[in-house]
Design a binder for this molecule. Sequence first.
Ligand SMILES: *Cc1c(COP(=O)(O)O)cnc(C)c1O
Length: 337
Amino acid sequence: MPQTVIADLRSDTVTTPTPEMRAAMASAAVGDDVYGEDPTVNELQAEVARLTGHEAGLFMPSGSMTNQVAIAVHTRRGEEVVCAEGSHIYEWELGMMAAFSGVVPRFVPAPLGVPAPEDVRLAVRHSIHQSPTGLISLENTHNKAGGTIIPTEVIKEIRAVADAEGLPLHLDGARVFNAAAALDVPLSEITRHFHTVSVCLSKGLGAPVGSVLVGSAEAMKQAHRYRKMLGGGMRQAGILAAAALVALRGGPARLKEDHRRTRELAEALVGAGFDVNLAAVQTNIIYATLPGAATQVARWAERGVLASALGPDSVRFVLHHQTGDEALERAIAVLTA
Ligand SMILES: *Cc1c(COP(=O)(O)O)cnc(C)c1O
């Protein structure tokens, strides 16, 4: 890493806790959360459940764990999970749906991260000659497609498919706060259409650690067991939940600024001749197609701008609240030089 970082645009996970978060951590009331006795964890879980329109919540160390616990709750061994191509639950969770739950993904096409409800319906199987479908899972915003939003009408149609097929519907909502901010709707307008939702507090909202799974009280009871199996029983986790509560209360209002800056960066890149699909730039992520991605990323890093090379010709930039306007101007100067 260079000595002075102008802007770290590798991910929205790179933010560091604010002084307000650290103060809240220092004074947090705590208890043993494996016994359900940590008041700060309980407060966080209740608040996320209320915001998402669900009955109960369960705090976990990561979004991968909340997703994989949800898959374990909903499925049985040998089943399929119908999901959008490129979904994080398969692409970036290290085969865990197979390793832990014994299930396999069935991808459906998803231009700009949005699967067609009819394609979801066609992917569902009940025949005794094929592995049956156990779960339908969506991702909003869709990371690999560029932080793209699923229109809420499409979500409702896919929920109707799930209901007609008698299947549960999960949302990987690691960045669902970004979708709500971009659509200017309350979070629950999106999240209430799902049986379970996983939200990350440590992405755009800026908490140092943590995700929450929400759903029915019965589903969270089962989830509690799977969380323990995965080593996710964290004892006095109120220390972390305290920072997450600060992120939850202050973070969502800042996301529109991240989106505005993302748009500005995307347009500057296009202006400088970069190959960026502006239609996919809907929230806080930009993908650029760039031959020699790794070499280019290393060159920018020497000049203080960090990005991710996610393939031989793919570069990703992610904005977050610790890249302000001034840093962005300087980053644009480096990237477009
Ligand atoms: C980051 C992310 C997750 C969870 O990642 P962790 O690093 O395990 O917290 C899940 N889904 C999506 C779409 C993500 O971007």
